[in-house]
Design a binder for this molecule. Structure first.
Ligand SMILES: O=C(O)CC[C@@H](O)C(=O)O
Ligand SMILES: [Zn+2]
Length: 549
């Protein structure tokens, strides 16, 4: 019985490596339990408005202009204890002044504003009455110079795909959209340096550089909508972090318009530049509170020639960790992603998005990606790893993809968890950096602690980066559930010397938790930097930094 089952698995796992069949058979014959399914059953069925898997790739396009429908989102100022700061209120004369700066691109249409005032998760809502659509840095400079003089608050907005309420107004801040700043400025075909405006959509940039033999150093589930400027402003992490590292390393230069309208042109394309303070770093992850990023220079790595994705089932979290150690050792330089999700996540993507699991039901799943330059070499390494993982019982079932469509289908299972969660009810999101050994303990702990108060408590994330996405859902927003979660989650994280925001930033929702991850002296220095660069506090107020006493 076993050799036959093993053969079935081999066909799925090593589609292009017939020479290795014997080794696989041997490995499986030594006791690996496998489940047979075919690719046909694995490929998800067509989806709803967020894209389809099948002949077309699963593009996860979050549209800021068409947020999911549902009951009206409560105003942030009503749900949270926040007081409007004494900024001016935009007047008819201000609108006329904006109209002179960007003729025809001053938006007061209530439908457009309704969409731009709400985050895509539908958890926070402002009441801005004007949205500006500049095309150039000079226009942004002109607008900010005017707002600075008039003491008007400004909410910079990219694709509005953030997770922490950083990209929508809290009150009536003017929305400054980068949507029309979507031009590639230059691309160097030898170095792979891309220079572009801040409003370029990440997925469009990916397609642009891929056609030229390169890839963007970052990739996110929200790639179909998010803007590169927003990615940099929030220091987005994402799915390629393990391989290419943080934007603090890959961004070579920035052009930023400061609060008073000064254009800071640090749009360098140099790999090495040790002249004084590296000012661009201040703006990476500052969430639009120190300046508005208008252009980005970014280093794109060469496109890998061979990509494999393995999607595996693990019997427990200990095995998820051991599988990670094993694959780091055996895959070495070709390992480009190590993601995990628990059984609840799989339930969510199946139930809400009708995606089909390619492997038998397991308590945990891992997605391993390899990216290299020689297909045979990578396949050999991957086979060795899979053989060992299966033989030692770390992995109980799995499947491997090498072609584009199947790769994307496997990635969709992981990338679209966030979307599935948003269809499950109100979502409380925690994006934590934790020591990998204890990374899942908090999920288990919370399930017991919250009991039936929560609809679902799930854990997934970028295990390779020590990043847990802890998500809790309830039918509707519940103050008592929020109180049960906070500050408990933050205290738990601080107890592990973790970070309360690994990659999503602080925005509006997490700003008061900053002190769990930074000492008082760091907070003071941040406040001083803010005061220096934006003395009137007009840029993205109520975000990132806690309100000063
Ligand atoms: O929704 C989340 O909690 C995480 C979203 C994103 O960072 C991901 O890794 O999928
Ligand atoms: Zn993430």
């Amino acid at each position: 019985m076993l050799p036959q089952r093993a053969r079935a698995m081999l066909r799925r796992l090593v589609p292009r490596q017939p020479l290795r069949l014997f080794q696989w058979q041997a490995a499986c014959a030594r006791g690996a339990s496998v489940q047979r399914r075919t690719w046909a059953s694995m490929i998800p069925r067509p989806l709803g408005p967020w894209g389809a898997v099948g002949n077309s790739p699963p593009v996860c396009r979050r549209s800021s202009s068409t947020p999911a429908s549902g009951p009206e989102v409560a105003l942030t100022q009503e749900r949270y204890p926040v007081k409007r700061l004494p900024f001016s209120t935009p007047s008819e004369a201000d609108l006329a002044a904006f109209e002179r700066i960007i003729p025809g691109r001053v938006v007061t249409d209530t439908e457009v504003l309704a969409a731009s005032n709400v985050d895509w998760l539908r958890t926070v809502r402002g009441c801005s009455r004007v949205l500006l659509r500049p095309r150039t840095s000079e226009e942004v400079a002109h607008i900010l110079r005017y707002c600075h003089e008039r003491n008007l608050a400004v909410n910079p907005q990219g694709g509005n795909t953030g997770m922490v309420g950083g990209s929508v107004p809290v009150f009536d801040e003017i929305i400054l959209s980068t949507a029309l700043m979507n031009q590639v400025i230059s691309f160097h075909s030898v170095s792979g340096t891309l220079v572009c405006q801040a409003g370029c959509i990440l997925e469009e940039l990916s397609q642009y550089v891929e056609a030229r033999g390169f890839v963007m150093p970052l990739d996110l589930g929200a790639k179909g909508s998010c803007h590169i400027g927003g990615n940099v402003a929030t220091n987005a992490g994402g799915l390629r972090f393990l391989r290419y590292g943080s934007l603090h390393g890959t961004v070579l230069g920035l052009e930023v318009v400061l609060a008073d309208g000064t254009v800071l042109n640090c749009l360098s394309t140099l790999r090495k530049d040790n002249t004084g303070y590296d000012l661009k770093q201040l703006f990476i992850g500052s969430e639009g509170t120190l300046g508005v990023i208008t252009a980005v220079s970014i280093q794109c790595p060469p496109k890998p020639q061979a990509v494999n994705v393995a999607f595996l089932g693990c019997p427990g979290f200990a095995e998820v960790l051991q599988t990670f150690s094993t694959c780091k050792g055996l895959l070495g330089e070709i390992l480009s992603a190590y993601e995990f999700m628990d059984a609840e996540c799989m339930w969510l993507v199946r139930h809400h998005l009708h995606l089909t699991s390619p492997v038998q039901e397991s308590p945990f799943y891992v997605l391993i990606e390899t990216s290299g330059s020689r297909a045979e070499h990578d396949a050999e390494k991957l086979n060795d790893f899979l053989e060992q993982a299966l033989r030692s019982g770390l992995v109980t079932d799995g499947t491997v993809a090498t072609d584009q469509m199947k790769l994307k289908a496997l990635w969709a299972l992981r990338e679209r968890i966030s979307e599935a969660l948003s269809r499950d009810g109100y979502v409380y999101k925690y994006d934590l950096s934790l020591p990998t050994d204890t990374l899942y303990d908090l999920v288990t702990d919370l399930r017991a602690r919250l009991g039936s108060q929560a609809k679902r408590v799930v854990g997934y994330g970028h295990l390779g980066d020590g990043n847990l996405h802890l998500n809790v859902t309830s039918e509707d927003f519940s103050r008592s559930l929020l109180d049960a979660l906070e500050p408990y989650v933050y205290e738990w994280t601080a107890g592990q010397r973790g970070s309360v925001s690994a990659e999503h930033g602080l925005g509006f929702k997490k700003k008061d938790a900053l002190h769990y991850s930074k000492p008082p002296a760091a907070l003071r220095l941040m406040q001083q930097l803010k005061a220096l660069l934006d003395p009137k506090g007009i840029l993205n107020p109520y975000k990132t930094l806690p309100a000063q006493a």
